[in-house]
Design a protein around this ligand. Structure first.
Ligand SMILES: [Zn+2]
Length: 199
């Protein structure tokens, strides 16, 4: 396998990595996905959940998918791969952080629903700490500066405010999709469960 250099940028795009249970565990570069596929550590997965080893995959027609190589001899990008050996990779928890709260809430104030850059946002304790509220996924939301100021040290109902939606601990799956940047590939969709909206 020697992908020609002209395709460097395509090789730097992302592939979704599944464990043997078809659960997404990682996002890697297409370049690394090719390496894993070539070594037999992973199989490529198509949109019908079929798996292919490297020889079978390289024999497929590119058919409108992203491919690398020449016109007469190109190979489809493995946009989803399945690990065949390392099946003990645990699903990770999403780290509780300011950044990840903003990410969960799509940078949107959970009271007035304004979508703002991070500089215009604060974290709000739904039940204020002064009233026993905890610093947890379930009690901290993204809040614009205006709503934050208005709410002050009160519960939403005390301030006559309403949460846009109930805050929950996010599953990791949407985060790995978002971690790939703006591009959420169509080929990934069947494997990204969880019902949370794409960004
Ligand atoms: Zn607001």
């Amino acid at each position: 396998m020697s992908p020609r250099v002209a395709h460097r940028s395509l090789l730097s795009t992302r592939s979704l990595v599944l464990n043997r249970s078809y659960l997404p565990v990682h996002v890697t570069t297409v370049r690394h996905a090719f390496t894993l596929l070539y070594k037999g550590v992973a199989k490529a997965v198509d949109e019908e959940y079929q798996t292919f080893d490297f020889p079978d995959w390289s024999g497929l027609k590119v058919n409108g998918y992203d491919g690398i190589g020449t016109v007469s001899d190109s190979i489809r990008i493995p946009r989803v791969i399945l690990l065949t050996r390392f099946d003990r990779i645990p699903r990770r928890d999403v780290r509780f952080s300011r950044h990840n709260i903003f990410l969960r809430d799509s940078n949107t104030c959970q009271y007035c629903r304004d979508r703002l850059p991070a500089s215009g946002l604060n974290l709000d304790h739904v039940v204020p700490r002064s009233q026993g509220g905890l610093t947890t996924w379930e009690n901290v939301v993204t809040c614009c500066l205006g709503c934050n100021h208005h709410k002050g040290g009160r519960r939403p109902e005390q301030a006559n405010m309403r949460l846009h939606r109930k805050p929950v601990r996010p599953s990791w799956t949407p985060f790995i999709a978002r971690g790939a940047g703006d591009s959420l590939y169509d080929e990934w969709r069947p494997f990204l469960h969880g019902g949370e909206r794409a960004p």
